[in-house]
Ligand binder design. Structure first.
Ligand code: ADP
Ligand code: MG
Length: 214
């Protein structure tokens, strides 16, 4: 499947063309139709199969094409297990949205808290971050997720392995289930803890599994 076969905003298609990406990977081709319809997703596929764009393309499309639920709250929150992985997601978001007037913030542990408070006050539509620090900003009331439209867990199994279960629950509770879409990506889908999380946090998710996960 070519990216142009999907009903993606032309600005997204231009960014992909400029990058030299024309063919969707299998996970992208399978996830996009459901994600673009606003359905919850539980997906797994191996490392390097293009999961980042599988969630970034529908996320950016939604922000470009629909009116925000809230003027000040972020519309999309993407959580990743480590600083390094969050930075990689942020870099892909940056090139994808380079020619769009969209704002994003990277919220990582180990960085200056007050600088992040200032960045959050500027009202980014997208936040990419690690769960611990994002949960700290919720506690500090420097971040509100009442207007959140899309919550994305990248490498959910790894976030649980790293001990972020309580932070993930706090973030989930802060973002209204009735208003938001949730996408969860994971290498494996069979752990008991992940099963609990998917039952609590996802609404009738479409399950997508490509090949053998790692
Ligand atoms: P995963 O999260 O599944 O491990 P990534 O999303 O990090 O994989 O993608 C791996 C690499 O493949 C990245 O460098 C990304 O830019 C590239 N990539 C993703 N989708 C495509 C595509 N459709 N065509 C070409 N390259 C792609
Ligand atoms: Mg990844």
């Amino acid at each position: 499947m070519q990216f142009s076969d999907f009903p993606l905003d032309h600005r997204i298609l231009s960014a992909l063309t400029a990058k030299g990406f024309d063919t969707a990977t299998e996970i992208q081709a399978k996830a996009l139709p459901h994600a673009l319809l606003g359905k919850d997703l539980l997906a797994s596929s191996k490392t390097g199969s293009g999961k980042t764009l599988a969630f970034l393309l529908p996320a950016v499309h939604r922000v470009l094409r629909t009116k925000a639920l809230s003027k000040k709250d972020p519309r999309v929150l993407i959580l990743a297990p480590t600083r390094e992985l969050a930075k990689q997601v942020f870099m892909q978001l940056k090139w994808l949205t380079a020619n769009m007037s969209l704002h994003s913030a990277l919220i990582l542990g180990g960085e200056n808290f007050n600088d992040q408070v200032k960045a959050l006050r500027r009202g980014p539509q997208f936040i990419v971050g690690t769960a611990g620090r994002v949960a700290d900003h919720l506690k500090d009331r420097s971040l509100f997720l009442n207007g959140l439209e899309l919550l994305i867990f990248d490498e959910a199994d790894r976030m649980l392995d790293l001990g972020f279960a309580s932070e993930l629950k706090a973030i989930d509770r802060a973002a209204d289930h009735r208003k938001r879409q949730t996408m969860m990506f994971s290498a494996t889908l069979d752990s008991a803890e992940l099963h609990y999380m998917t039952r609590e946090m996802l609404n009738a998710p479409q399950r997508i599994s490509v090949g053998q996960a790692n």
